[in-house]
Design a binder for this molecule. Structure first.
Ligand SMILES: Cc1cc2nc3c(=O)[nH]c(=O)nc-3n(C[C@H](O)[C@H](O)[C@H](O)COP(=O)(O)OP(=O)(O)OC[C@H]3O[C@@H](n4cnc5c(N)ncnc54)[C@H](O)[C@@H]3O)c2cc1C
Length: 290
């Protein structure tokens, strides 16, 4: 931990106390990222701590002490508290008709150093970080999650996952906002779902990750692309597309500047792997896999 300026550590037991955010405060959930590096201007998740160069974090607000129920089966879906640890989702016994729940483990294991991270990290923390390789982002995006946000000083509202993520370390949260929960609709949990990823190194950071889901009733197929791109992209077809249709959709739909370029993969590699993985999943569906 390299946060030298902290004066106060708050462990609120009431939601209203957690919402008493002020500039210089930072929420903490699992702490796997917050405590992993120096927290000064430019390193903070945008919107999270309101720090400037002269002021680091002086107050930490621990969301874990609120005791939110991690996972709750609701009318038609799954309600996940933002503070639910990723390992709790892995251990969750899903109803048998939720075929897409096989993605829970695969997306958790997509995190680099996953066995160390997913035992402590929370689903909300992963979403709020908004890193391209956010395995939980890949998961909930592919399953059409809806997020509940508690804006600082305002009324709670919901937002679809595909409107929340705007770029690397960037999302629709403003300073002091809290991600409260993530709702996965039953309709999407019941879909067949397959995923694959590529990384330059064994258990390294994902360079490209594609999830394909299919509605067993009407045959609709959707491909969700993440990790290779600065924010997730989705491509929907009324049935399994041809190789050319899928490749064209990806090439036309993802501009070159949307591919992420860093030590975990350059643009050329990430784009090639995206098309390769999508085709692999497409052909699995064509050949009857689920
Ligand atoms: C070795 C290592 C490997 C990693 N690999 C990956 C990887 O492959 N992919 C990846 O995406 N990340 C990775 N990370 C980064 C990080 O650990 C994960 O993103 C993790 O899921 C963050 O969750 P957390 O609960 O620990 O968040 P924290 O560290 O507690 O918080 C992260 C940020 O989100 C904010 N925050 C947390 N919860 C909320 C909330 N409910 N509302 C508002 N703001 C909130 C915090 O204020 C903070 O700014 C890695 C980190 C390490 C150290």
């Amino acid at each position: 931990m390299n946060i030298a300026g902290v004066r106060e550590y708050k462990s609120p037991s009431k939601d209203e106390e957690a919402r008493q955010w002020k500039p210089g405060s930072s929420f903490v959930a699992g702490g796997t990222w917050l405590y992993s590096e120096q927290q000064m201007s430019g390193r903070i998740t945008p919107g999270q701590a309101g720090c400037d160069d002269a002021q680091g974090i002086d107050t930490i607000i621990d969301l874990m002490s609120l005791g939110w129920t991690p996972l709750e089966v609701i009318d038609d879906g799954l309600e996940i508290a933002a503070t639910c640890r990723i390992r709790d989702l892995l251990n969750f016994q899903s109803p048998s008709e939720w075929k897409a729940s096989g993605l829970f483990r695969k997306c958790a294991e997509a995190l680099s150093a996953s066995f160390k991270i997913y035992n402590e990290a929370t689903i909300g923390g992963n979403i709020c970080m908004s890193l391209p390789a956010g395995g939980m982002i890949s998961l909930v995006h592919a399953l059409h999650a809806e997020y509940t946000i508690w804006p600082h000083g305002g009324e709670a509202f919901t937002i679809p996952a595909n409107e929340f993520h705007t770029g690397i370390l960037d999302n629709k949260l403003n300073p002091g906002d809290i991600l409260r929960s993530i709702r996965l609709p039953g309709k999407w949990l019941r879909r067949e779902a397959i995923m694959d990823l590529r990384s330059l190194t064994h258990i390294g950071r994902s360079a490209a990750l594609v999830i394909a889901t299919r509605d067993s009733d009407d045959g609709q197929v959707e491909f969700s692309v993440s990790a290779s791109v600065t924010r997730p992209y989705q491509f929907t077809f009324q049935s399994v597309p041809t190789t050319a249709e899928l490749k064209d959709a990806i090439q036309d739909g993802i501009p070159e500047q949307a591919y992420f370029d860093d030590q975990h993969g350059d643009v050329f590699y990430r784009r090639a792997m995206t098309v390769f993985l999508a085709e692999k999943l497409r052909s699995s569906f064509e050949n009857g896999a689920s």
